[in-house]
Design a protein around this ligand. Structure first.
Ligand code: NI
Length: 176
């Protein structure tokens, strides 16, 4: 297993629509392990493949608390089958938008069909944090970020800040 570098806003990869996983084999399971290790190291509770540069429709989630046994979920080719009428608000963050948090309103319950890491079809009726986390990560597979769910004013401010940070981190260009 290895920890992979995270893609950070405003990297255009984050806006790419990921492609379905076509083959679930040992290579893909190793990749899922890398995703989990990268997520635990960050630390975070969810990670989509595109966040480490692979445009695959695949995500990992682990909502176990620090004093609990790890409970990793590997979710491949997820499809939202439906959601409830109620909505819920959580303060969300994202490993690709470090140190920024904002309240986001989403459906409180969601039904998702997906393949597990052995290629077996699963269906989950999620609520609470799991419902929000699944929707946040599935958004990533479609090039959507949680800041797309906040006001344009706030979003523009965040994007500007991260563009500035990226410029400051870039090596100086030499015109010779
Ligand atoms: Ni995210």
């Amino acid at each position: 297993m290895s920890i992979r570098p995270l893609i950070i806003l405003p990297d255009p990869l984050l806006r790419q629509v990921s492609k379905p996983v076509e083959r679930i084999d040992d290579d893909l399971r190793r990749f899922a392990d890398d995703m989990l290790e990268t997520m635990y190291d960050a630390p975070g509770i969810g990670l989509a493949a595109i966040q480490i540069g692979e445009p695959l429709r695949m995500l990992v989630i682990d909502l176990a608390k620090e004093d609990e046994e790890p409970a990793p979920h590997v979710v491949i080719n997820p499809e939202i089958l439906g959601h409830g009428d109620d909505s819920a608000v959580y303060e969300e963050g994202c490993l690709s938008i470090p140190d920024y948090y904002a309240e986001v309103e989403r459906p409180a319950t969601v039904t998702v069909r997906y393949l597990d890491k052995f290629g077996k079809q699963q269906e989950i009726e999620a609520d609470g944090l799991m419902a929000t986390c699944l929707q946040h990560e599935i958004d990533h597979l479609n090039g959507v970020l949680f800041i797309d769910h906040i006001s344009k004013l706030k979003r523009d401010m965040v994007v500007r800040k991260f563009k500035k940070l990226a410029r400051e981190k870039a090596p100086p260009k030499l015109a010779v």
